[in-house]
Design a protein around this ligand. Structure first.
Ligand SMILES: [Zn+2]
Length: 353
């Protein structure tokens, strides 16, 4: 199953909205077929592995990181294909919560007399598809907020100057997190201050799907000529219903009006809309107001925090704007999932405790 999970990771940048899935067919220790899902619309992992195994699939064990599908989508059901190939046993890491599959894949296999085991490395399999599981089970994407700060928790000088807080290794790392995401979310404040491209830059040999650029711009303040309006990537601009625009600034992007929640767009509605469009992981690169609002609403699943070994002083801008706490016991408690050095910087990966 560890081998199958490594295979599944080959689809990290390309399977969305589908999950990343790997499959290994083996007789005991001898692997006779391997496969992974690469792209929506193309065959699933099981099909590639069975093709490679050929006649040797008969009586073999299939290790699959996600419950084989049971429905006719763009490809025939993998449960049927496994039955037809005559495998003797199927080991599944995680059950598929997708309503048309959930339990039906396992049911089909068992009905055909195949032994099915499940739960082997389930946590790792769910982790690899944290966004897919979040979208199907909770109706919203997995939200990962990326922030870069100085040792004293500041993100930019008071003037707004913030370029190059972190080094090249950290910035290259950010591109990989963007690439695995279905959408990159930002706010109009960041667009006005930094004019980011919100695209992905990876080495040439890496294949990826361009994430949807999503800009929360309740008053339609995004100025003409901004990179996010240039049509170089699919872009969705979300604004308040009362905002209007009389020029053609937004000709190359899609605009959708959403309800307001206080001073901000309704963030739950934003995430529900993105889930409805098949977004699994959403990567947030925004300022302290939007990031703070996501935190305060309990909508952040992971904080990706780059810490540069420099000090900016207390006049520089803070990391997050959060409501004041009456008592220490009410602070936002996080737990560290991973910590590592990237060049001279630290990368901390944190999740709500
Ligand atoms: Zn399938």
């Amino acid at each position: 199953m560890a081998h199958a999970l490594r295979l599944a990771e080959h689809g990290l940048y390309t399977t969305q909205p589908n999950p990343r899935v790997g499959c290994v067919i083996a007789h005991g220790d001898e692997v006779v077929g391997t496969g992974f899902h690469r792209r929506a619309g193309e065959p699933h992992a099981e099909v590639f592995a069975l093709r490679e195994a050929g006649e040797r699939a008969r009586g073999a064990t299939a290790y699959v990181t996600l419950e084989p599908c049971a429905h006719h989508g763009r490809t025939p059901p993998c449960a049927d294909v496994l039955v037809a190939a005559g495998v003797g046993r199927v080991v599944i890491a995680a059950e598929d919560p997708f309503p048309q599959v959930n339990g039906h894949g396992i049911g089909k296999l068992r009905a055909a007399g195949i032994a099915v085991e499940r739960g082997l490395m389930r946590e790792a399999a769910r982790e690899l598809n944290c966004g897919f599981f979040s979208r199907i089970e909770r109706g919203r994407p997995f939200v990962r907020v990326k922030l870069a700060m100085s040792l004293d928790g500041r993100t930019a000088l008071a003037s707004g100057e913030s370029k190059w807080i972190t080094g090249a290794a950290a910035r290259a790392d950010v591109q990989r997190w963007r690439a695995r995401s279905s959408a990159i979310l930002s706010g109009s404040g960041t667009v006005l201050a930094d004019d980011p491209q919100l695209t992905v830059r990876l080495p040439d040999d890496k294949e990826f799907l361009l994430p949807l650029r999503v800009v929360l711009d309740r008053q339609l303040r995004t100025p003409a000529g901004s990179h996010v309006l240039d049509g170089s990537a699919p872009t969705l601009l979300l604004h308040g219903a009362a905002a209007s625009c009389n020029d053609d600034r937004f000709a190359r992007v899609e605009r959708v009006a959403l309800a307001m929640h206080g001073d901000l767009l309704d963030l739950r509605a934003v995430l529900a809309l993105l889930a409805g469009r098949g977004c699994n992981e959403v990567h947030v690169e925004a300022g302290p107001t939007l990031c703070g609002a996501l935190f305060a609403a309990g909508l952040v699943d992971e904080l990706l925090l780059y810490v540069a070994p420099l000090l900016l002083g207390d006049s520089a801008r803070p990391l997050l704007r959060l409501p004041p706490l009456g008592e220490m016991a009410r602070c936002w408690q996080l737990r560290m999932v991973d910590q590592r050095m990237l060049g001279a910087d630290w990368r901390l990966q944190l999740r709500p405790a």
